[in-house]
Design a protein around this ligand. Structure first.
Ligand SMILES: Nc1ncnc2c1ncn2[C@@H]1O[C@H](COP(=O)(O)OP(=O)(O)O)[C@@H](O)[C@H]1O
Ligand SMILES: [Mg+2]
Length: 363
């Protein structure tokens, strides 16, 4: 049987470049080589596209660009390949399906997904619109809200407004949300640009910090909460895993707690919550996934109030951290689906969505 040619796209220009390297090395290692031909496609921090046929350890340690060959992914649907040019000689590496193991902007925000749409090639995880909606915390909240799903109270401001009417905005926020509150750039990840504001001074500087990362800034009511996550997998009939819980090593799950605090943040798998809460979390996770038109996968993150027990949907990540020990695969593992089988299923779902779309009569 002919092997399936899978392009694994890794690296990228977002702040989560290193996370992507770890995730993709993990994915490549576990994939069944008798079933798949793996074509690793690396994007440098500068945005250069390459074919990388060297050792996986070089992806992990970040030295892969030394052995990478500059390459182009052709958007032409008649090509469906990555092209290298060495000493004037062109080589084409055909692709049946692509797994973008990229996080953050230009990775999970619909941009790279548009390229795969241009190529008319199946790809893992959500489509263009859904990826973009999930990346934008304001749009995703609006859609969740419209579907009657529980979210935390919030307000949105544009950078231009902050520059001209900061005092008014501050008093509006004090009346509506109070302190502490959470300030976030609308489109980012990894907690970059996010701060907790405890008073007027902190709120002012938090707004200005967030406005350095996006022209749209979101301010949310602070919830003293447990952080619960749930993995969703599928297309038309998405399934939810058992939830997991994160106990951050710091005041909140900020960049340091996520990536540089060693093993100090604790992961509880499954989350120690009641059976009733498990059902509620799974139900909300699937509803959020459907409301945002997700396909393939998403990790749905919740805030569960320590005071009232109320559960709020915080955000959806359409290409969540994907190392063997990351929450998304781990939650599936405790639910009975192995890391290896999970990757097989994601690839199958990519083919299924592509087939469904290609059956349509498009103008
Ligand atoms: N409204 C909130 N109340 C309390 N903590 C919050 C709130 N919003 C975010 N946090 C904390 O900040 C972290 C990062 O926020 P999040 O919205 O998940 O952004 P990112 O996309 O960068 O992960 C969360 O994991 C949580 O620890
Ligand atoms: Mg988050």
């Amino acid at each position: 049987m002919e092997k399936t040619k899978v392009g694994i796209v890794f690296g990228g220009q977002s702040g989560e470049h290193e996370v992507s390297l770890m995730s993709s090395a993990s994915v490549i290692k576990v994939m069944d080589k008798t079933k798949y031909d793996i074509i690793p496609i690396g994007i440098t921090k500068e945005g250069n596209w390459n074919l990388f046929l060297g050792d996986i350890s070089k992806i992990e340690d970040g030295s892969w660009p030394d052995e990478a060959v500059p390459a182009l992914l052709s958007p032409d649907p008649n090509h469906k390949c990555i092209i290298t040019l060495i000493d004037g000689k062109e080589s084409r590496y055909y692709l049946d399906v692509v797994f973008p193991v990229l996080h953050g902007p230009r990775g999970e925000d619909g941009t790279v997904q548009s390229l795969f749409e241009m190529m008319n090639i199946p790809y893992v995880s959500c489509g263009v619109t859904s990826s973009a909606l999930c990346m934008d915390k304001v749009f995703s909240k609006k859609i969740l809200e419209q579907n009657g799903l529980p979210i935390v109270d919030y307000k949105v401001f544009y950078k231009r407004e902050l520059l001209v009417r900061m005092p008014e905005i501050i008093s509006e926020l004090e009346d509506y949300l109070g302190y502490p509150c959470f300030v976030k750039p609308a489109n980012l990840g990894s907690s970059v640009g996010i701060s907790k504001a405890r008073n007027r001074e902190e709120l002012k500087s938090a707004l200005m910090i967030a406005a350095q990362y996006d022209i749209k800034v979101l301010v949310e009511k602070f919830i003293d909460a447990r952080e619960i996550e749930c993995s969703v997998l599928g297309n038309d009939e998405p399934k939810a895993s058992l939830p997991g819980e994160i106990i951050p090593s710091r005041d909140f799950y900020d960049y340091t707690a996520k990536y540089s605090d060693g093993d100090k943040s604790k992961l509880l798998l499954p989350a120690p919550v009641s059976r009733k809460d498990v059902s509620r979390i799974q139900e909300l996770a699937v509803k959020a996934f459907t409301a945002l038109d997700c396909s393939g996968m998403a990790r749905v993150d919740f805030l569960m109030s320590k005071v009232s027990g109320n559960i709020y949907i915080n955000e959806l990540n359409t290409i969540p951290g994907f190392t063997k020990i990351s929450m998304y695969p781990k939650m599936w593992e405790v639910s009975g689906l192995s890391y290896k089988d999970l990757i097989d299923e994601l690839i199958e779902f990519a083919f299924e969505r592509h087939r469904q779309k290609n059956e349509l009569k498009l103008a």
